[in-house]
Ligand binder design. Structure first.
Ligand code: NAD
Length: 278
C-alpha cells in the first residue's frame, strides 16, 4: 500500500495520510508511534505542547526506518513566538525527537492579541534557512493573518493546518490556499469524535455502499478533496483501518452529500476559534 504524496511549495513531498498524536500521553507515545510505523504510517504529526516528542523520537529511533523515508512535523507553542525564542524552541524539539531536522515546522496558533505571529514566521524562515526544518508552515491562521505574513516577509507558508472536517469546511482559508499555492492540512479530521459525523446518513450510506467504516468514509472524503490528514487513534486496529482507504473511491454524489453536512454557519466547529486563543 502506497500513500500518495502532495508536493509542497518548498518542493518537498508530504504523505497525504499520516498519524497524529494530540492527546497521546507521554508514556504511551512510544508504543503508539511504534505501532503506527509498523502498520505503515510514515508521516507523524506532533507538537511541543503535546509533550510527547520524546516518545515519538524513541519510536522513530527504534524503528530503524531510514530518516528520509519519514515525514515528521512539530509545532512552535504560543508562548515562544517572540524575540529569538523560536530558535530555542526548535532546538529543544529536535533534541527531544532525536532528529537533526524536522520535515515541517509550524507556528501552532496566531494568538493575534499578542501580535507576535509575524515575528514567529520570520524566525521560522531563518530556521528553514538553517536547515533545521525542510518546510515551514502555520496552523490555525485565518486569511487576515496569512495576508500579513506574506505582506511582511514575502514567504507563503507551505501549509496551514486548520480544523477541517465535513461539518466545518473553512471556505475562506481554502480559497486563500488555492490562490496562493498553499496546502491545507485538516486537523480533527474525524471531528475529534465530538461531532456526530459517523451517524450522518450521507456517511452511513457511503459506508454501507463501499463496505467500509464511517471513519474510513470521512478519511476518504478528505483525501478526495485534496486535504492532508493524520487521524489519531491509540488502538492498533483503528490505525490499520484508517490507513486502509486506498481501495475504493467515493462518487461525486457521495462527496456532495458529505459536503452538505456543514451547517454553513461555523457551528460545526469542535475546537477553539483562532481569534480566541491567546
Ligand atoms: P481526530 O478527528 O483524528 O479524532 C480522533 C478521535 O477519533 C480518536 O480519539 C478516536 O476516538 C476517534 N477515532 C479515530 N479513528 C477511529 C476509527 N477508525 N473509528 C472510530 N473512531 C475513531 O482528532 P485529532 O486527534 O484532534 O486530530 C488529528 C490530529 O490533528 C491530532 O492528533 C494532531 O496531530 C492534529 N491536531 C492539531 C491541532 C492544531 O491546533 N494544529 C489541533 C488538534 C489536533
Amino acid at each position: 500500500m502506497t500513500v500518495p504524496t502532495v508536493k509542497l511549495a518548498s518542493g518537498y513531498d508530504i504523505p497525504q495520510l499520516g498519524f497524529g498524536v494530540f492527546l497521546v500521553p507521554a508514556d504511551e507515545a512510544e508504543r503508539a508511534v511504534s505501532e503506527a510505523l509498523e502498520v505503515g504510517y510514515r508521516h507523524i504529526d506532533t507538537a511541543a505542547i503535546y509533550r510527547n516528542e520524546e516518545g515519538v523520537g524513541a519510536a522513530i529511533a527504534k524503528s530503524g526506518i531510514p530518516r528520509e523515508e519519514l515525514f515528521v512535523t512539530t509545532k512552535l507553542w504560543n508562548d515562544r513566538q517572540s524575540g529569538e525564542q523560536p530558535h530555542d524552541a526548535i532546538r529543544e524539539s529536535l533534541d527531544k525527537l532525536g532528529l537533526e531536522y524536522v520535515d515541517l515546522y509550524l507556528t501552532h496558533w496566531p494568538t493575534p492579541q499578542k501580535d507576535t505571529y509575524v515575528n514567529a514566521w520570520e524566525k521560522l524562515i531563518e530556521i528553514r534557512d538553517a536547515g533545521l526544518s525542510r518546510s515551514i508552515g502555520v496552523s490555525n491562521h485565518l486569511p487576515e493573518h496569512l495576508d500579513r505574513l506574506v505582506a511582511e516577509t514575502g514567504v507563503v507558508p507551505s501549509v496551514d493546518q486548520i480544523e477541517l472536517h465535513p461539518a466545518l469546511h473553512q471556505a475562506d482559508v481554502l480559497a486563500w490556499a488555492e490562490a496562493n499555492g498553499m496546502k491545507i492540512e485538516a486537523w480533527g479530521p474525524l471531528g475529534q469524535g465530538k461531532y456526530p459525523l459517523f451517524e450522518n446518513p450521507a456517511v452511513a450510506a457511503a459506508a454501507e455502499a463501499h463496505g467500509k467504516s464511517p471513519a474510513q468514509i470521512v478519511i476518504r472524503w478528505h483525501l478526495q478533496r485534496g486535504f492532508i490528514v493524520f487521524p489519531k487513534s491509540v488502538r492498533r486496529e483503528r490505525m490499520e483501518q484508517n490507513l486502509d482507504v486506498f481501495d475504493f473511491e467515493l462518487t461525486a454524489d457521495e462527496i456532495a452529500g458529505i459536503d452538505a453536512i456543514d451547517p454553513g454557519d461555523g457551528s460545526g466547529r469542535v475546537g477553539s476559534h483562532p481569534l480566541e486563543v491567546n
